[in-house]
Design a binder for this molecule. Structure first.
Ligand SMILES: Cc1cc2nc3c(=O)[nH]c(=O)nc-3n(C[C@H](O)[C@H](O)[C@H](O)COP(=O)(O)OP(=O)(O)OC[C@H]3O[C@@H](n4cnc5c(N)ncnc54)[C@H](O)[C@@H]3O)c2cc1C
Length: 422
């Protein structure tokens, strides 16, 4: 007779959200013998988790708020062509988040946040590899590394803080000259590649939605269910939680909130106030025939764009828009970057853009995710707010939650990620 998960130490767990975080969570918890039910009206990984640049950035220890970004903040409000933008209609609602963002950009805070990002990002590729092995899709994760290119010394010098933080946290990177950059990526315009910085240990996923789906399928083979229902509300009851979804109310021992940018609404219903907004981001894809023009993702900091060779072709990825969850997309800025993409990758010039996309990064003002138990009890667990690093951090987040559920000691200090910090 099949052993009930509870007899194996497992519990019934509701996961809200089937993005990459929810799917990594579902597989990790199902593999540990928990009875997993995922709620999401959409297919696994179909939303924000489908359109990213595919990078598992093991050396990303610089938070979004830095002294340099704070200095540029006024231009985000006033410059119509800035790739980062605050839409005025959203401005009043985002003020408390922005005030925290400004505090997070102070030099001492930047150091503290980098120290808290380091144990997460440094374990991220290894945690994904373990999940991909469980799912039997090891080939979906490769290791092209993370390459940044600079067209002159001044651009490179402007990113000294990145190198200071990487040095402090033992991130492995190499500084490349023009020839070394174009040896790695022969199709880039050499004029833009005077200096390169390569983090060889970073991973790459050409088909992020496919990876989320593969994680969920492997969870389903271990008994996990996907209910294609929106969760309307959540509440506590003695010994667990009740999830009120479109299909009715269901009781669980535990609830893990993985609803990306929508998570704060659910957290608030359970008494936890978190500071979460969305930094909306965009991509334009050029069609699957173009993917072979590049080896891996390349960041052009001065052009504010990333080019990434994905399953649907080269993706031009950019944009950081504070405009909330309901305003319609505005593709004007990303379209304006197409000539820059042609400049960076001249072989792309013959190719017209094929598709446009917008997604909702779930962002905290301190660039740290929200991971761990609710302030009001361990039956509710937060797992969201990964901002620019949700693909990177999904597997390591799931591992932290699984450790907590199993009562295993934490591998590193979980305090910086708790909801209680807000
Ligand atoms: C342009 C761009 C480029 C990026 N590049 C990278 C990159 O290279 N590397 C990286 O690591 N990260 C990157 N990111 C960030 C990354 O994509 C996100 O952090 C990540 O996808 C968030 O995953 P998630 O599972 O938390 O949220 P989502 O993918 O948004 O999933 C949340 C899910 O919750 C569901 N949901 C919400 N509310 C409810 C409810 N009430 N009931 C049921 N379901 C609900 C939604 O339908 C959704 O499917 C990028 C993001 C953008 C926008």
């Amino acid at each position: 007779m099949e052993q009930h998960p509870k007899d194996r130490g497992g519990v019934s767990v509701a996961i809200v959200g089937a993005g990459i975080v929810g799917c990594a969570m579902a597989l990790t918890l199902a593999a540990e013998g928990h009875q997993v039910t995922v709620f999401d009206p959409d297919a696994p990984g179909a939303g924000t988790s489908s359109g990213n640049a595919g990078a598992i950035v093991t050396g990303s220890v610089t938070p979004t708020a830095t002294p340099a970004v704070l200095k540029a903040l006024p231009s985000y409000l006033l410059d119509r062509n800035s790739p980062a933008v605050l839409r005025l209609r959203h401005a009043p609602r985002v003020v408390p988040w922005l005030l925290r963002f400004i505090r997070a950009g102070a030099p001492a805070e930047v150091e503290r946040i980098a120290a808290a990002l380091s144990p997460l990002v440094s374990r991220s590729l290894e945690a994904h590899r373990a999940l991909a092995a469980l799912a039997g899709v090891e080939e979906m994760i490769t290791q092209e590394g993370w390459l940044k290119v600079y067209s002159n010394e001044a651009e490179f010098a402007a990113t000294a803080l990145d190198r200071h933080l990487m040095d402090r946290h033992g991130v492995n990177y190499r500084i490349l000259d023009r020839k070394e950059v174009t040896d790695l990526e022969p199709n880039l315009d050499p004029a833009l590649c005077t200096i390169g910085l390569h983090q060889p240990e970073s991973g790459f996923v050409r088909f992020p939605q496919g990876l989320a789906q593969a994680y969920f399928d492997a969870a389903a083979r271990r008994g996990a269910l996907h209910l294609r229902q929106k969760v309307r509300s959540v509440s506590r009851r003695p010994g667990g939680v009740t999830v009120h979804a479109e299909g009715g109310a269901k009781e669980f021992d535990r609830l893990v909130i993985c609803a990306g940018a929508w998570s704060a609404l659910l957290a608030r219903m359970l008494g936890d106030r978190v500071s979460l907004d969305t930094e909306r981001g965009y991509h334009i894809a050029f069609g699957s025939g173009t993917a072979s023009l590049m080896r891996g993702p390349v960041v052009f900091p001065a052009l504010s764009l990333v080019l990434s060779p994905m399953h649907d072709g080269i993706r031009l990825v950019s944009g950081d828009e504070l405009a909330g969850l309901t305003a319609p997309p505005n593709y004007r800025r990303i379209r304006a970057l197409v000539p820059q993409a042609y400049r960076a990758l001249p072989a792309l010039r013959e190719v017209a853009p094929a598709t446009e996309w917008m997604g909702f990064r779930p962002s905290t003002p301190d660039s740290l995710p929200v991971i761990g138990p609710s302030v009001h009890g361990t039956e509710v667990i937060h797992a969201y707010g990964h901002g620019h690093l949700g693909l990177t951090l999904s597997a390591v987040t799931a591992r932290m939650v699984a450790d907590a559920l199993a009562g295993r000691p934490a591998t590193f200090d979980p305090t910086p990620y708790l909801a209680a910090r807000f």
